[in-house]
Design a protein around this ligand. Structure first.
Ligand SMILES: Cc1ncc(COP(=O)(O)O)c(C=O)c1O
Length: 377
C-alpha cells in the first residue's frame, strides 16, 4: 500500500511538469475521441424533468452492454444480469460486496494491478497472492490451487493482463475451472471467479479472446469503457453475471444489485454516461495506431538489448530493468524527463512498465534515453 501511495505522490510532480515524457499510467495524451464527445453531447440536453434525477441501472445501458457482451463472448447475456458501474473499479467493489464477507480471502495475481490490494484491505478482505509463471507470465494454475484455503471466496484473474500484456487461452480457463470446482466441493463453500476484463477490446495482431465466463459458471465479469475510449475520467463500466450461473444463484445476485450498489455509495455511473452507452458500444481508440506504437517501442527496445514481454493486449509493455534494480533505472530516466512505472509497485522490483498511450512523438523523443539506459551496467 505504501509503495502505491509513494508512487501517486510522485505522479503529482510529473503532472506539474509540462515537458515530462509521461509513460506511467494508461492516460490519454491526445484530445478525446470525437465518438465519445459526440455521444455525450447528443444526451446533454434534458428530454424530461427527470433526465438528471437519481439513476440506478438504466435499461437501455444494460441492454446495450448485454448485446455487446453476447456478440463478443458468444453467450447470451441478459440485461438483468448487468449492473452498470463507475468503471471496472466500481464493478470490482460491487462484486466483492455481493459475495465476500469480512475476513474472506481473495486470491490475486502477481504481478497484477496495484489497486486490488488496497481495495481488498478497504473492504476488510484478505489479499492472498498467486504468482504468475515467471517464465512467460502465463497463469500458474498450480500456484492458484496452492493459494486456495477454506477461507477463499473469490479468485481474481485479469486477461488481457496488466502489467504484462499477456492474453490467456480457453484451455487455461478450463484448467482453472476444474481447480475451482474441486476446491469448492472440498471446502463446502463456493469459490467465485472475478474476471477483470477492462482491456478485453485492447488486443493486438487479431489475437482471439476467451473469457473464463464460458468455462466456470460462478464467474462475474467486470468491464470498463475507460480503456477502449481512452477516457478513464468518465467513469463507466459494468459487472456481468455469467449466463451459465444456476438460476438460484442468479436470482439472489440480480435482486442484490440495487441494494448493494446503493449501500456501497450509489455505485452507478452518472446519468449522462449511462444514456451514452448504446452509442459508445461501437466507439474505440485506433487500434492500428496503438499497434504501431507497440511495434515501435517493442522493436527499438528489443534491438537495444532489453528483455521484454511482447504485449498481446492492454496499454502496456513490460520488461526487465537493465541492472536489475527497476527503481534506480526509473529514477535515472526520470531525471532525464522520461517517466516509467517501476515494477516495485507490482511487487516485481526488477521489472518496469511502459504505457503505450503516449504519443508517437513522445516515444520518438524518449527512445534515445531508453536505448542509452539499456547499456547502463
Ligand atoms: C487490470 C485493471 N483492472 C481494473 C482497472 C480499473 O479500470 P477503471 O479505472 O476504468 O475503472 C484498471 C485500470 O487501470 C486495470 O488496469
Amino acid at each position: 500500500m505504501d509503495r502505491v501511495t509513494a508512487f501517486f505522490d510522485r505522479m503529482q510532480g510529473i503532472a506539474d511538469d509540462p515537458d515530462a515524457l509521461d509513460f506511467t499510467f494508461g492516460n490519454p495524451h491526445e484530445m478525446a475521441l470525437p465518438g465519445l464527445t459526440d455521444a455525450m453531447r447528443a444526451q446533454l440536453e434534458p428530454r424530461s424533468v427527470d433526465w438528471y434525477a437519481y439513476k440506478s441501472n438504466e435499461r437501455p445501458a444494460q441492454e446495450a452492454a448485454a448485446a455487446g457482451l453476447s456478440r463478443e463472448l458468444a453467450l447470451e447475456f441478459e440485461p438483468d444480469d448487468i449492473a452498470m458501474t463507475q468503471g471496472a473499479f466500481g464493478a470490482i467493489a460491487l462484486a466483492l460486496a455481493l459475495v465476500a464477507d469480512a475476513g474472506d480471502e481473495i486470491v490475486i495475481p502477481v504481478p497484477g494491478w496495484f489497486c486490488y490490494e488496497p481495495m481488498l484491505l478497504a473492504a476488510n478482505l484478505v489479499p492472498v497472492t498467486a504468482a504468475l509463471d515467471p517464465a512467460d507470465f502465463s497463469l500458474d494454475i498450480d500456484a492458484i490451487a496452492r493459494a486456495i484455503t477454506p477461507r477463499t471466496r473469490v479468485v481474481i484473474v485479469n486477461s488481457p493482463s496488466n502489467p504484462t500484456g499477456r492474453v490467456f487461452p480457453k484451455q487455461t480457463w478450463d484448467e482453472l475451472a476444474d481447480v475451482l470446482e474441486r476446491a469448492s466441493r472440498a471446502h463446502g463453500r463456493r469459490i467465485w471467479l472475478l474476471s477483470d476484463e477492462p482491456y478485453r477490446r485492447i488486443r493486438f495482431d487479431g489475437i482471439g479472446f476467451a473469457s473464463p465466463v464460458g468455462s466456470y459458471p460462478w464467474t462475474m465479469i467486470d468491464y470498463s469503457y475507460g480503456k477502449v475510449l481512452l477516457a478513464p475520467g468518465q467513469r463507466l463500466g459494468y459487472l456481468a453475471l455469467s449466463p451459465l450461473l444456476p438460476a438460484s444463484d442468479r436470482d439472489v445476485l440480480r435482486s442484490a444489485f440495487m441494494p448493494v450498489q446503493l449501500a456501497i455509495g450509489w455505485g452507478f455511473p452518472n446519468a449522462l454516461m449511462q444514456y451514452s452507452v448504446p452509442a459508445l458500444e461501437s466507439v474505440s481508440i485506433d487500434m492500428a495506431e496503438l499497434t504501431r506504437k507497440r511495434d515501435r517501442l517493442y522493436g527499438a527496445l528489443s534491438d537495444a538489448g532489453y528483455t521484454l514481454t511482447r504485449p498481446e493486449g492492454t496499454f502496456y509493455l513490460w520488461g526487465e530493468a537493465p541492472g536489475g534494480d527497476a527503481q534506480a533505472y526509473c529514477d535515472d530516466l526520470a531525471a532525464q524527463g522520461v517517466h516509467l512505472m517501476p515494477g516495485t509497485i507490482f511487487d516485481r522490483p526488477e521489472h518496469f512498465r511502459v504505457s503505450l498511450t503516449a504519443t508517437m512523438d513522445m516515444i520518438d523523443r524518449a527512445l534515445p534515453a531508453l536505448v542509452a539506459a539499456a547499456r547502463t551496467p
